[in-house]
Write a protein that binds this ligand. Sequence first.
Ligand code: FES
Length: 161
Amino acid sequence: MKEQGKVKQEARRILNRFGRKRGNLIPILQKVQGRLGYLPRQAMAEIARFLDIPEIDVYGVVTFYNQFRLNPPGKHSIRVCLGTACHMKGGYITLDAWKRRLHIDRGQATSDREFDLDTVACVGCCVLAPVTVVDDKPQGQVEPTKVDGILLSFKLEKEKR
Ligand code: FES
């Protein structure tokens, strides 16, 4: 309940900076997500009310563009490149490995909020394909065995803390 109130308050504060034009929907969504890390249902409802459009329209835009998140992000972001070069070098196999190891699908976060998983288009280092961007750092030749190695390094890092 407290969290919902905070979300509404934050969304309203951002909305006050915008005009009530439907054309402002995407910039509003970007700002709200930038602030909250994702787009909770209560925030989308506030936005719909503000712009005087149906909630389903807001939801439709959020689910259409993959820059928007419906779930809170994890502490570490895992982005599997599915650009042409990475796709040719087994990007989908890598994605499946991440899904299986983390027990989540793309667009989701693990239940402990340690990791979230998604895909990206080419990140510009195709010679390293298949690439996974881990916490904004592209890592090359990420095949299933390397997925295990990356996860192990996070685990060891966490144990050191
Ligand atoms: S296609 Fe993956 S880095 Fe270019």
